[in-house]
Design a protein around this ligand. Structure first.
Ligand code: PLP
Length: 671
């Protein structure tokens, strides 16, 4: 049998002839090799192979920056995202210009760091040739599209895209049904394949879709919008689709999975679905095949449902099981998916050492189960081209970093090599010029100190910290030859507090309008992985100022250090593990033991004072490093850049997935 025939037997593509036959051929799957897909599908149905099922509500996959699958037809305009509006302190330009880049839309099935981590995990799992199948949801209307509206802050808009023509995404003929007391839901799977770096191995990702004519109007819309939370029943059904639908679709595909790994408690209904009809003893055995990663100490991150929402939906068996493992410890008549996962899973992990400490405080009864595996980033996705070339050029001194990114620690041996120091700075300036040329009309200059804060906007991340005292910023700008600040991020549309922070930021930026000479601030709309990569690799300083201890890990700083961008950060999440490394500046309130404190006491005043003192130190050193475009090669700034890269040898998903394998999966399988 030829490869294409085999593929179509294993993967019954809906509408193949009309829609996909040009892009899936004997030798090619959207310009990538087809054979590894057939091999992966065969491996997953072979019970003699050990495979893992992975669940996540969101996946940040970024074909705009890594492994760009292509169709023969040009990309449809609905799958492009080419314009980002700007709010700056050069307001007149914002009216006439947007940032324009010809790029494809990220697969719009993520909201932020949790999804990016899930995507990076799959990529490294593929790189390490570990058999895995993943499941998520096809969000027909993505997350949302962000527009700034002066004085009204952020205006969320519905996002439109076209799954049918998104390169690499294919609908299948299979269907599964999940039944509830008041509703029956039909689901169609789509598939997307995550290729390893060398394209020889893939991890299939199945995305569930309820947008089918046979579903009720309610049912059709359930997979519209990620984290839609204005309606509790809706939120419940989204969890049910992921958990129950996930188990159902793995069975439908006949995947022989030996372990399940839940990225967050959203998928906790997978426990319930796999235990249907089994005895208490058997259920214990089934649960012993589940691992669970908890990602947040913030209360809103833990899913709770009231019995009045659950009772009309769940049948008696599910309802009983939910409450027997997942009774909320605080509220009567409430089920808690975090509690459920903590009780049921065989292994639980926090996502940094600090987060493990915090989880022990939050969940003292589960201390024995909880370990930590610090998050990472996928090196090849987040490494800029200029730095990739630099590492290649010095490969004989660094080692085979492409096979094993932990080699990057060897850059320390190049610390006193003037040619390397110069090449490093040049690579950085090349990246920075890419950014400044995009922001040319806003007069952003490649030789002025540039700081960026960009991530999901949530109160505990304190997005407006740097804008607390604009007079102080102007003073620093005037003293040290200017300062440039680049900001971006989306707030969840129902998170009123976060939206208030956006209003506050826009108002502060506007108030700087007359003082644009020494301080330039540019905030842009619709932060995505393209900008995540561009900003974290091109600015001089990466600012990260969450309120400790509420940042479980954080990953954008890891993208920055990989690209030699120095850190200015509070001590929280992954950063607690590197405070002995000279990778930048640590500042602000530090959390020390005891209880976890309050996420509403943001300490904006005291910490912004500390931040401005820190910016002043950085600005002083920057002026002595980049003297009007002339590099002072001995500057300790360059030492810090090298230390950053060395530290990035550890903070990647290559190391992280290996730790999952060693500390969690292997042990569970040996039982
Ligand atoms: C990396 C990334 C994040 C996560 O950033 P944190 O600093 O961990 O919050 C969020 N969104 C996008 C688009 C990213 O690329």
């Amino acid at each position: 049998m030829n490869v294409l025939q085999e593929f179509l037997e294993l993967v019954p593509v809906e509408n193949f002839e009309a829609q996909y036959s040009k892009d899936i051929t004997e030798s090619s799957f959207f310009e990538y090799p087809l054979k590894p897909i057939v091999e992966a599908e065969k491996r997953l149905i072979d019970s003699s192979q050990t495979s893992i099922g992975y669940f996540s509500m969101e996946y940040g996959l970024a074909p705009s920056i890594y492994h760009t699958l292509n169709r023969q037809e040009p990309l449809s305009s609905s799958n492009k995202f080419t314009q980002h509006g700007v709010f700056s302190n050069l307001r007149s330009m914002d009216t006439y210009f947007t940032i324009r880049i010809d790029k494809r839309l990220d697969l719009p099935i993520y909201s932020g760091g949790l999804g990016v981590l899930a995507g990076d995990t799959l990529k490294s799992t593929a790189d390490l040739n570990i058999p895995m199948a993943a499941v998520g949801i096809l969000w027909n209307k993505g997350y949302f599209k962000q527009n700034f509206w002066f004085r009204d802050g952020q205006r969320p808009q519905e996002m439109q895209w076209d799954p049918q023509t998104y390169p690499g995404l294919i609908p299948l003929k299979n269907r599964i049904v999940i039944k509830f007391k008041n509703e029956t839901i039909l689901l169609r799977p789509w598939k997307y394949y995550i290729y390893s770096f060398d394209r020889s191995f893939v991890v299939p990702l199945i995305l569930l879709d309820s947008n089918l004519p046979d579903n009720s109007d309610f049912g059709k819309k359930l997979t519209d919008q990620l984290y839609r939370s204005d309606d509790e029943t809706w939120r419940l059904f989204q969890r049910l689709i992921l958990g129950k639908g996930g188990i159902g679709i793995f069975e439908e595909m006949q995947y022989q999975l030996d372990l399940f790994h839940l990225n967050e408690g959203h998928a906790a209904f997978s426990f319930i679905e796999s235990s249907k009809g089994h005895s208490v003893e058997k259920i214990k055995e089934i649960f012993s095949k589940f691992a669970y990663t908890c990602h947040t100490p913030v209360a809103a991150g833990h899913d709770r449902f009231h019995e009045s929402v659950l009772a009309p939906v769940l049948d008696e068996e599910d309802y009983k099981l939910l409450f027997s493992y997942g009774k909320d410890p605080e509220y009567e008549g409430v089920a808690n998916l975090t509690t459920f996962s903590l009780n049921a899973a065989e292994k639980v992990n926090a996502v940094s050492h600090k987060h493990e400490e915090v989880m022990h405080m939050q969940f003292p009864n589960y201390s024995k189960k909880i370990t930590s595996i610090t998050n990472g980033i996928h090196t090849y996705t987040w490494l800029s081209e200029a730095f990739s070339r630099l590492f290649d050029q010095y490969e004989d001194r660094i080692g085979p970093w492409k096979q094993d990114p932990t080699c990057l620690k060897n850059v320390l041996n190049l610390k006193s090599d003037p040619a390397f120091r110069k090449a490093l700075w040049d690579a950085h300036q090349e990246n920075k010029k890419h950014l400044t040329s995009l922001l040319e009309v806003w007069k952003v200059d490649p030789n002025i100190l540039t700081i960026s804060w960009a991530r999901r906007i949530a109160a505990y991340k304190r997005p407006s910290l740097i804008l607390q005292d604009v007079d102080r910023l102007m003073e620093i700008g005037a003293k040290y030859g200017g300062i440039q600040i680049i900001l971006a991020g989306k707030a969840h549309p129902m998170d009123n507090l976060a939206e208030t922070h956006i209003d506050e930021m826009l108002t502060a930026i506007d108030s700087l309008d007359n003082n644009r000479k020494n301080v330039r601030v540019v905030m842009f709309e619709n932060y995505d992985t393209y900008f995540g990569k561009l900003l974290s690799s091109s600015v001089d300083v990466w600012l990260n100022n969450p309120l400790p201890p509420f940042e479980a890990s954080g990953t954008s700083g890891m993208k920055a250090i990989l690209n030699g961008v120095v850190q200015m950060t509070t001590v929280d999440g992954w950063v607690c593990e590197v405070t002995q490394n000279p990778i930048g500046w640590f500042f602000g309130y530090e959390h020390k033991g005891g209880d976890i404190g309050s996420e509403s006491e943001l300490r904006l005043n005291e910490d912004s004072v500390k931040l401005y003192e820190t910016i002043e130190k950085a600005a002083d050193l920057y002026c002595k490093t980049n003297v009007k475009g002339e590099l002072q090669i001995e500057s300790t700034w360059i030492d810090m850049m090298i230390e950053c890269i060395a530290v990035s040898a550890h903070f990647n998903t290559h190391r992280m997935v290996k730790e999952y394998q060693e500390k969690i999966w292997k042990e569970m399988l040996s039982k």
